[in-house]
Design a protein around this ligand. Structure first.
Ligand code: PMP
Length: 450
């Protein structure tokens, strides 16, 4: 397929592919803010409107089929419509969508969850990763009796007031590397929250800051693979973080909303062999339904939920039977299929290895980072191991790269990493690699034709 020569042609080609989506996009402007229900779903020239999705594919209302490497931002570990999950949901539909009373699926799900999550004897259930990190932070404050929470630059932990600080960075505002500047990611966050936050860099200065603030610091929250699954951290860094937090009575919280049950059955904890005090979960564990969870040991969870004053464990939809029907079926499947992760992660390894070899062989500025089923392309030479390094890439070429992927039939959202799933056949994996290679060449050529 011949490639559009520059961005103008590329945008025209995408518009020509998606006229009905273009009409819906106009219509949506009058009733949804910016036309969207989640800001992350914006892309150029406008988002496509989805008709349906199945396995590893997603179709738009104009009839275009894309290989889906978004996988609903990581919510789908197995791809769309895994038959046994559909069956579990259909079975639950026959018994009602929600009860507002305890039910047996809560126990079945929780037993499987604590069997797999290394840090957990008990699990608190909620409805999204955002709720999970909010609750995890509250657990840390209640347990330690301290107020401050430290997060790392570029760590994303959802969209509540304690999470939306410096999760994206700009060279103008980010401050020095060793002492990064705390910058709110949203309007409407009270400035008073700033006093309860500490921003950490991804180097040894983080450990100094933790020690300096230990008297006030309740917890440190970290994505073990930073930037929603983009940059894997070194095991030694996480080991030292574990050691420093423990020595200073600061709770270590792993945000495993992306990595939990994705990187391994025991998530990043199993992958790195580092066990935090508590961990937050979401996405994967709901089998495609809205979910969040905080897992922790008895001595922490019992203390904060049973002794006075205790934290509130609540929520109309928490532990709802539709979510837990899907989640319970999924965890059961993962437990019964021990070869699952090796097979899945091999696909990710193949995508990264072949893309990186291609970029090197053709002497093109391309690096694919990530780990397991998660991959992220940077339009720059290796190594790219930290979010600040990724700021150096050619942002215009990156923008075009993402458009070329979609033009060539692979869907990865503008602001997110790519994800491969067991629903992608070997033929799909080969196509993902080939489209990434072709799009890299095309976006570099487009810069010359701009
Ligand atoms: N933590 C991490 C690491 C995430 O990637 C996300 C979402 N991308 C969240 C928390 C928030 O999860 P949710 O969108 O379910 O609220």
């Amino acid at each position: 397929m011949s490639q559009p020569k520059n961005r103008t042609e590329l945008l025209q080609a995408l518009e020509a592919m998606t006229p009905r989506s273009g009409e819906r996009w106009q219509q949506a402007q009058s009733v949804l803010p910016g036309g969207l229900s989640s800001g992350a779903r914006i892309f150029e020239p406008y988002p496509f409107y989805t008709q349906r999705a199945d396995g590893g594919y997603i179709w738009d209302i104009d009839g275009n089929r894309y290989i889906d490497c978004c996988m609903s931002y990581g919510a789908l570990l197995l791809g769309h419509r895994a038959p046994f999950i559909i069956e579990a949901l259909q079975g639950q539909l026959e018994r009602s969508t929600i009860y507002g009373t305890p039910h047996e699926l809560e126990i079945a799900f929780a037993e499987k969850f604590v069997q797999c999550a290394p840090c957990a004897d008990k699990v608190l259930l909620c409805n999204s990763g955002t709720e999970a990190t909010m609750q995890g932070i509250r657990v840390a404050r209640a347990f330690t009796g301290k107020d401050k929470i430290a997060k790392f630059e570029c760590g994303f932990h959802g969209w509540h007031d304690y999470a939306m600080w410096s999760s994206t960075i700009t060279p103008e505002l980010m401050g020095p590397e060793d002492r990064p500047e705390l910058v709110p990611d949203s309007a409407g966050i009270p400035n008073a929250v700033r006093e309860t936050m500490l921003l950490l860099p991804f180097n040894e200065h983080a450990f100094e800051l933790i020690r300096e603030n230990a008297d006030e610091l309740a917890g440190v929250i970290i994505e073990p693979v930073i930037g929603e699954g983009t940059h894997p951290l070194e095991k030694t860094f996480l080991e030292e973080l574990r050691q420093v937090t423990k020595a200073n009575d600061v709770m270590l919280i792993f945000d495993e909303v992306i990595t939990g049950f994705r990187l391994a059955l025991g998530g990043a904890q199993e992958h790195y062999g580092v066990i935090p005090d508590i961990a937050t979960y979401g996405k994967t564990i709901g089998g495609g339904m809205p979910v969040g969870a905080v897992g922790g040991p008895n001595e922490i969870i019992d203390k904060v939920t049973q002794s006075e004053p205790h934290i509130s464990v609540a929520g109309t939809y928490s532990g709802n039977p539709m979510t837990l029907a899907a989640g319970n079926a999924m965890l059961g499947y993962l437990i019964e299929n021990p070869g699952f992760y090796e097979e899945l992660n091999t696909k990710g390894d193949q995508i990264r290895t072949e893309f990186n070899a291609f970029a090197q062989e053709k002497d093109l500025p391309g690096t694919m980072a990530g780990v397991g089923s998660m991959f992220q392309t940077h339009i720059q030479p290796p190594p790219v191991t930290r979010p600040r390094q990724a700021l150096d890439q050619d942002q215009e070429a990156l923008r075009d790269f993402q458009l070329y992927l979609r033009f060539n039939g692979v869907f990865i959202p503008r602001v997110h990493l790519g994800i491969v799933s067991p629903a992608h056949s070997q033929k799909d994996v080969d196509a993902i690699i080939e489209v990434h290679q072709r799009s890299l060449e095309a976006c570099i050529a487009a810069q010359k034709n701009a």
